[in-house]
Design a protein around this ligand. Structure first.
Ligand code: AMP
Ligand code: MG
Length: 396
């Protein structure tokens, strides 16, 4: 059995090669950008009118002109017009190019137009007002978005505005989730008294999908021959493989031996943690295999504690560790790292973690009532309110 810190560093030292793929920008939110995005022209590309109204020459206003004959209309989406007489004006629409010879926009709300003459209703006009100047936000060829960031709809808008319909993002390894256990039946069947519906594989699939990773799902019974055949097939097709169940000390827990027999080298088995002690991890030159204990809470917590950070590090090259402050004293005596389920609340700028009353590692109904867990180190038994601990969130 190894400590949690060692399990973490062994896992983190086995990154998987992540490739790039080109996808439609509207599907890119949440994905990791793998290219530099540059401004294809100035942002905005021309002096842009930001209010519907009239465009004037400020010098006319300065010398006292308050009535401006209307020379014409400048709409959005048309070539720039030119003011002929500097004491006149041109009506302008939001998004239009600033007419040549004008430098100041006055809103319709602040003027009255009668017989093609605009009269000012206010007296405090600022030179250059209501104009979004060319290149104000970014200059042509400037880097707008650097690789490595997680895209959001805001970046999708930028990608569209520089003319990109597709974008290069990190692709995920081909991923399989495999549940094992003779007691497990498909969710759409009615269980016999000794059966349960398999839920872990769905939870894992959903958790991976939140990261953008689509995984396939398989189920294998606790029969060594079938396990052997299916493992061979899965290893031939997938790089990231996540088992749930069959890694403990039970008479029907065949997963570790089967994996090792098929070329997956065991990196560790069993971690001094609760829940999730039987965790198994192995690799080959092109596989990373996590075999999680089947207990639903163990499966769930092992995913958030090990697999999610590992996957994000493989994709982005870094991990962000959050912390939360224990809100109430808590004791846990056994010499194991304890993953304490908590609800969190932001209080005066601090994330406070309230221990959940929920039961042991089998109580997965409790997971819906908590936000995540904090990691309480093995060496200590009594944890005081006010101390900060690493926090792993179940929520987005
Ligand atoms: P195991 O790790 O195979 O010994 O399983 C531990 C416990 O978790 C048993 O009570 C199993 O029935 C349960 N279990 C294993 N896999 C799943 C699953 N996919 N969904 C729900 N419960 C599971
Ligand atoms: Mg089992």
């Amino acid at each position: 059995m190894i400590p949690v810190s060692e399990a973490t560093s062994i896992i983190q030292s086995h990154s998987i090669e992540t490739l790039k793929e080109e996808i439609a920008i509207q599907c890119a939110s949440g994905r990791i950008l793998r290219e530099e995005v540059k401004a294809d022209r100035d942002f905005p590309p021309f002096d842009r009118v930001t209010m519907d109204g009239i465009a004037i020459n400020y010098q006319a206003y300065k010398k006292g002109v308050r009535k401006y004959p209307v020379e014409g209309i400048q709409a959005a989406g048309e070539q720039t017009k030119k003011l002929i007489n500097s004491d006149s004006c041109i009506e302008v629409m939001t998004g239009a190019m600033l007419p040549v010879g004008t430098d100041t926009i006055i809103r319709y709300e602040d003027i009255e137009i009668k017989d093609q003459v605009a009269t000012l209703l206010i007296q405090d006009i600022q030179e250059n007002q209501n104009i979004h100047t060319q290149g104000q936000d970014a200059k042509r060829n400037e880097i707008l978005i650097a690789p490595g960031i997680t895209l959001s709809p805001a970046e999708v808008a930028l990608l569209a505005s520089v003319g990109k319909k597709t974008v290069m993002v990190s692709s995920f390894p081909k991923t399989a989730i495999i549940s094992t256990g003779d007691e497990l039946i498909p969710v759409d069947l009615i269980p016999l008294p000794y059966q349960i519906r398999r839920s872990n594989s769905y939870a894992l699939q959903a958790a991976l999908l939140e990261l953008g990773c689509q995984a396939d799902q398989y189920h294998i019974p606790d029969q060594p021959e079938i396990l052997e055949t299916e493992v061979k097939k899965i290893l031939a097709h997938y790089q990231l493989i996540i088992f749930s169940g069959g890694v403990s000390k039970g008479k029907f827990d065949f997963v570790p031996q089967t994996l090792e027999r098929n070329g997956i080298q065991k990196r560790f088995h069993q971690v001094s943690q609760k829940p999730g002690k039987p965790l198994w991890f192995g690799t080959s030159s092109n596989h990373v295999v996590f075999a999680l204990p089947g207990n639903p809470v163990s499966t769930y917590m092992c995913f958030y504690r090990y697999i999610k950070p590992w996957l994000l590090k493989s994709l982005t090259g870094s991990t962000k560790q959050s912390t939360a402050i224990l809100a109430k004293d808590f004791s846990f005596k056994p010499p194991l790292t304890y993953f304490l389920q908590v609800s969190v609340q932001l209080e005066q700028g601090q994330l406070k973690a309230y221990p959940s009353a929920g039961g042991g590692s089998g109580d997965f109904a409790n997971l819906k009532d908590v936000d995540g867990f904090i990691e309480l180190p093995a060496q200590t038994s009594d944890f005081k309110a006010g101390q900060a601990f690493n926090y792993y969130s179940f929520r987005k």
